[in-house]
Design a protein around this ligand. Sequence first.
Ligand SMILES: [Zn+2]
Length: 237
Amino acid sequence: MFQTVLREGYQGIGSLAIGLLARLHIVYVSRKTVRKSVTRWIPRTLRRDRLTEERVKTILLDCDGTLWPDEGPGIFMRDINKLELNRNLFIKLTEGYQSIILVTNQSYFARRNNLKYKELTSFFKFYRKVAQELRVDAVLVCLHHPLADNLTLKRECVYRKPHSGLISLANRITKLNLAESALVGDRISDIYAGNLFGIKNCIAVYNEDFFDCNTEMKKLRIQEPLVFSLLQFPVKA
Ligand SMILES: [Zn+2]
């Protein structure tokens, strides 16, 4: 009986925590980026560095299927050292950009009613390690899903690609120079989200499921052709 109360109590706290985390959509932000964002709030006349308002040449990268093979949700439960990171692609693509931001949909928690503490900590550890290893400026994640089993995460979220909320959030963190920024993904939903926000320079990593019309894409009824170029996977250095 006591154990049940304990477990259900944790479930309540766990649901609350994941709900709040999901609404934040931010998993990691580098110190450099935080410093820059804070500086933006200081009146321009008081700033030593007046260039901080400049728009930044940013590259936005999807994770599953782009930076590593798409093995379904819950990739973060695996050992990062055993992960097949597509470093060559990463190095080749990010060269010349001032800011690197990862934007990803992650539906693992949405599929689960029972949250385990270990899963939550693995989630943070995994993305933090990836961010530090690849030296990215921020990791933005949407944990929501319109058909989620977990009711805390069940919603039609504007941050979930193909919607452009995550890119809009990236723009708030580091002001994007739209003309010179780029987005890389392996699905039509990535490219659509990029185009929707005004990023014309979208690159699709080859994926045979690219045109797989999931339920969200069917709703969107694409009318205009998408602007993107195709990249063969895996990329050789
Ligand atoms: Zn969301």
